[in-house]
Design a protein around this ligand. Structure first.
Ligand code: F6R
Length: 593
């Protein structure tokens, strides 16, 4: 949901530095981008609709030591150049970009209009600019005007401001903000994530909610409490992120590369700190109620984790979709534990639930891939996926990491940690074999070519396979822009059977488990109506029209079944000529509600 980047330092090519930073942030939104530099006497701004990654030449900025940049995922106002950030003050003295939503922007805009302010865009961000102009009439210094304006904003928003003198200001509430330092040169970076400057800075500090930042002309970073204006102390921490892997490494797309990284991602989970896992398992056992919460793909990871906790851990675990938890609030109580898998650790719908849970004394565990996230900092039990950067907007390897972790946690609760690790090691080896078997990959590619022309795609799963088939649905929808629908195999006859007819592809996971007969019955029911069955299974059965063979990995079968589904989605996107790594309309980090 928008990315912001700022640089102030010794180098005079600030515009190039922020463009490079922005390219690493465009997973956060790619409707439009904008860059502004300060020369000391004036501000120069360029904005364009489209992706920053498509910008190569043609941008000409004066040389400058200070710049800010923004990549937009539109929320308020259409995707136009006028609505692209940054927005400039009427007197040209500062520019401002935002990541978030000003929920009370209509009221603020109305009152500013009544005072005579004019607006050039439809955005809530321009309202912040005008508000700061208004407050500046009576408040100084500029930091104080920003502070007072910022306090009037409702919602989750993080802003970055550049003045023509070359000062950068920023303020955080909800949406992420991190500062970086190159300790050799003193160059300062501000960004929505650490990864975007990790190649250039060696130290970082996470800006907390309700903190204001000032990087003055002396190139020093100062922090202030937005509520009181008081100065805050901070400590630079070393950056421990590998940046060497942000490369497709011979694959055509990051999505393919990231699916192929699954075996090593599973091994990262297997080699997690046992003591930490055991401590969380104890907390799970002692909790009055366990909730697992996530959105989208992470919502299905939550579903699968709760499944494993019930089946192996015999724990009362319920999964919740982050955007729809309100009806559970009356049940939440001290003594409950909430577990949040999230690749970004910044998803607004989940953070809101965690904030509520924390307030009433529930314990929080999180599993996050992005270092330094808000969820990690809110957690009593913070876990990292350590899956490495996931550049494709569609989550693949991180989903596998989340459900692998969920499985291992459940096995730890069951008292069978070692058995869980052994099963996962074998799973990782089997997935490795699968992903290096050209024939198997070709089979999936051929099936994608076959169904690329179909309008509707159904997926059936039951018991251990329902959440992963649902995640297959998510991937197919995101990658192909086609209608896909996941159904509980047993529920099919209650409604969706009406949709079964000749030519409808139905993808089914058939594991060698206690529900196999039920799933085979569902297969017969859809085939009788003319549907074409694509089975993901370890044993071939007569009633499969197409068979994607996977190894039988016993109780981790569902974790394996994800792989052919992700590959199918990938090949569908390729066959349809879609933008694989950046599907339309979607952002990787959803920091607005
Ligand atoms: C889809 C996808 C999204 C995210 C969801 C939650 O491929 O990645 O559905 O799972 O937006 O995001 P996180 O995991 O950052 O909480």
């Amino acid at each position: 949901m928008c990315g912001i980047f700022g640089y102030k330092g010794t180098r005079d090519n600030a515009s190039e530095i922020v463009v490079e930073g922005l390219k690493r942030l465009d997973y956060r939104g790619y409707d439009s981008w904008g860059v502004g530099v300060a020369t000391g006497s004036e501000l120069s701004v360029q904005k364009q609709v489209g992706k920053i990654s498509e910008v190569h030449d043609g941008m000409h900025f004066p040389s400058a030591h200070t710049a800010i940049a923004h990549t937009r995922w539109a929320t308020t106002g259409a995707v136009t150049q006028a609505n692209a950030h940054p927005h400039m003050s009427a007197d040209g003295s500062f520019i401002l970009a935002q990541n978030g939503i000003v929920e009370n922007f209509s009221e603020l805009k109305k009152s500013l209009r009544e005072k005579g302010y004019e607006f050039k865009s439809e955005t809530d961000t321009e309202v912040i600019v005008r508000l700061i102009e208004e407050v500046s009439k009576t408040e100084s210094p500029f930091l104080e005007a920003i502070r007072q304006a910022f306090l009037q904003l409702e919602g989750r928003n993080t802003i970055i401001i550049l003045t023509k003198e070359g000062e950068i200001y920023a303020a955080r509430n909800g949406s992420p903000l991190v500062a970086g330092l190159d300790s050799h040169t003193g160059d300062i970076f501000l960004s929505s994530d650490t990864l975007s400057f990790a190649a250039q800075a060696d130290q970082m500090v996470v800006i907390e909610n309700n903190q204001l930042v000032k990087v003055g002309t002396d190139q020093k970073l100062e922090l202030f409490d937005a509520k009181t204006g008081a100065s805050c102390s901070y400590k630079w921490e070393p950056i421990n992120i590998s940046t060497g892997t942000i490369d497709k490494e011979g694959f055509d797309h990051f999505m393919a590369k990231e699916i192929h990284e699954t075996p090593s991602v599973i091994k990262q989970i297997v080699h997690q700190d046992r003591t930490k896992m055991t401590q969380l398992a104890e907390a799970v056992k002692n909790a009055h109620q366990v909730y697992v919460v996530g959105c989208g793909t992470a919502g299905f990871a939550a579903y699968q984790t709760a499944f494993y906790l019930r089946v192996f851990g015999k724990v009362n675990a319920i999964s919740l979709i982050g955007a729809d938890v309100l009806s559970y609030y009356p049940l939440f109580q001290k003594g409950d534990l909430i577990i949040a898998p999230s690749q970004s650790g910044e998803t607004a719908d989940v953070i809101e639930v965690l904030e509520y849970a924390k307030k009433i004394g529930m314990q929080i565990a999180s599993l996050v891939n992005m270092p330094g996230s808000m969820m990690t900092r809110m957690s009593d039990f913070p876990f990292m996926c350590n899956a490495g950067p996931e550049i494709c907007v569609m989550s693949t390897k991180v989903f596998s990491s989340q459900i692998t972790w969920g499985y291992l946690l459940a096995k730890t609760v069951q008292g069978k940690y070692e058995e869980g690790r052994e099963n996962l090691t074998r799973l990782s080896d089997e997935i490795e074999k699968y992903l290096t078997d050209g024939e198997k990959l070709q089979q999936v590619q051929d099936l994608a070519a076959l169904i690329a022309s179909r309008e509707h795609i159904f997926l059936l799963g039951k018991y251990q396979n329902f959440a992963v088939m649902s995640e297959g649905m998510v991937k197919i929808v995101e990658a192909s822009y086609k209608h896909a629908h996941a159904i509980q195999a047993g529920d099919l006859k209650h409604y969706a059977i009406t949709l079964m007819e000749k030519g409808i592809p139905v993808i089914v996971a058939v594991s060698e488990d206690e529900v196999k007969n039920d799933v085979m019955t569902a297969i017969n029911e859809v085939r009788l109506r003319g549907a074409e069955v694509i089975a993901i299974a370890s044993k071939k059965e007569d009633n499969f029209d197409h068979f994607l063979h996977v190894a039988d990995t016993g109780e981790t079968s569902a974790l394996f079944n994800v792989i052919p589904l992700q590959l199918l989605a990938y090949y569908l996107a390729v066959a349809l000529g879609n933008n694989v790594d950046k599907p339309r309309n979607i952002a990787k980090s959803v920091t607005v509600k």
